[in-house]
Ligand binder design. Structure first.
Ligand code: DOR
Ligand code: ZN
Length: 360
């Protein structure tokens, strides 16, 4: 649904991705160039195996990421710590003070990929969270309950009611990013709180509802966690993302898995969206007649929340006529295997045309 009189080019500050999985080893080298092409910085998730809980491991991982960035491209990984039941307030604070990490990620144990070492009780880590509130360190939350009797489509809303609301009341100063929100309930919750509670929204949750996983058969490449929800939720996310409200910002949750691990009897959760995410977001803003708000969502709200400077560089995004549009690769190699990206084989409606530094 392209607007007839919509601009065909947009110049904005270079965007950042406030939630990405870059993995390690061959997978890391395969995926980093895609994120670094579109984004100046990214908040890198710590759910490796074993998880990143110590400063030395996180610093070494940052170095491996930087080594995978193509020459001539500027990209800064912003690192995170993985919260466990045993991590101490002192270690968390030390890593924040020496800038090893900028935030910590709360995975409820067994909620998602590589979360086995996650937190079994939020109450149990209150001393860590109190310390984070005291030092102004953001808590990044995977917001789903893990009780197997709870319907998978209700896990986010129940998390709000039984955990997140109580945590926000207990620690009203704590900066919280409710990651990859998927429901109207989550949007309403964030809006009901002060500015220290924000949310990331993925490109794929703006594009697909839960039918995508079942269209004509099981579609493992649309399976992620939290799973996509009903259409009313997708529409609420589109409203929030394009509203201009600074509490909502871009976080792709690009989460690559080898195709064989997704196309399996027990397929992994996660969509590799890095190659198409920026264009996919922009298409949403165009469809919602909100191109003037895209820069806020992609490039300004995140830095403001994290207390970081906005990027000096600008990029120009140009709408591609479909005949000449670049296509997303059907598959992307990772050593002798491959990854199937989101929008595999499809034409990209927008392309990054140029980068330019802003004169001081
Ligand atoms: O779909 C997902 N994939 N959700 C997550 O929370 C984790 C991620 C991954 O690491 O694969
Ligand atoms: Zn994630």
């Amino acid at each position: 649904m392209t607007q007839a009189n919509s601009p065909t080019a947009l110049t904005i500050r270079r965007p950042d991705d406030w939630h990405v999985h870059l993995r390690d080893g061959d997978m890391l080298s395969a995926v980093v160039p895609y994120t670094a092409h579109s984004f100046a910085r990214a908040i890198v998730m710590p759910n490796l195996v074993p998880p990143l809980t110590a400063r030395a491991e996180v610093s070494a991982y940052r170095d491996r990421i930087k080594a995978a960035v193509p020459k001539g491209v500027s990209f800064e990984p912003l690192m995170t710590a993985y919260l466990t039941d045993t991590i101490t307030p002192a270690e968390i604070a030390a890593g924040f003070a020496d800038k090893t990490w900028v935030a910590a990620k709360l995975y409820p144990a067994k909620a998602t990929t590589n979360s086995d070492f996650g937190v079994t009780s939020v109450r149990g880590i209150l001393p860590v969270l109190e310390k984070m509130a005291e030092i102004g360190m953001p808590l990044l939350v995977h917001g789903e309950v893990t009780d197997p009797s709870v319907d998978i489509f209700d896990r986010e809303s129940l998390f709000i009611d039984t955990i997140l609301a109580l945590l926000c009341d207990r620690l009203p100063e704590l900066k919280i990013v409710f990651e990859h929100v998927t429901t109207a309930d989550a949007v309403a919750f964030v809006k009901s709180r002060p500015q220290n509670v924000a949310a990331t929204i993925t490109a794929h949750h703006l594009h697909i509802n839960r039918n995508a996983m079942f269209q004509g058969g099981l579609r493992p490449h649309f399976y992620c966690l939290p799973v996509a929800k009903r259409e009313i939720h997708r529409l609420a996310l589109r409203d929030a993302a394009t509203s201009g409200d600074p509490r909502f910002f871009l976080g792709t949750d690009s989460a690559p898995h080898l195709a064989r691990d997704k196309e399996s009897a027990c397929g992994c959760a996660g969509l590799f969206t890095a190659p198409s995410a920026l264009a996919a977001y922009l298409q949403v803003f165009e469809e919602e007649s909100a191109l003037d708000r895209f820069e806020g969502f992609a490039s300004l709200h995140g830095p403001a929340f994290y207390g970081l400077p906005v990027n000096a560089q600008r990029i120009t995004l140009r709408r591609s006529p479909s005949a000449s549009a670049e296509r997303v690769a059907a598959q992307i190699s990772a050593r002798d295997q491959h990854i199937v990206p989101f929008w595999a084989g499809e034409a990209l409606p927008w392309k990054i045309e140029a980068e330019a530094a802003i004169p001081a």
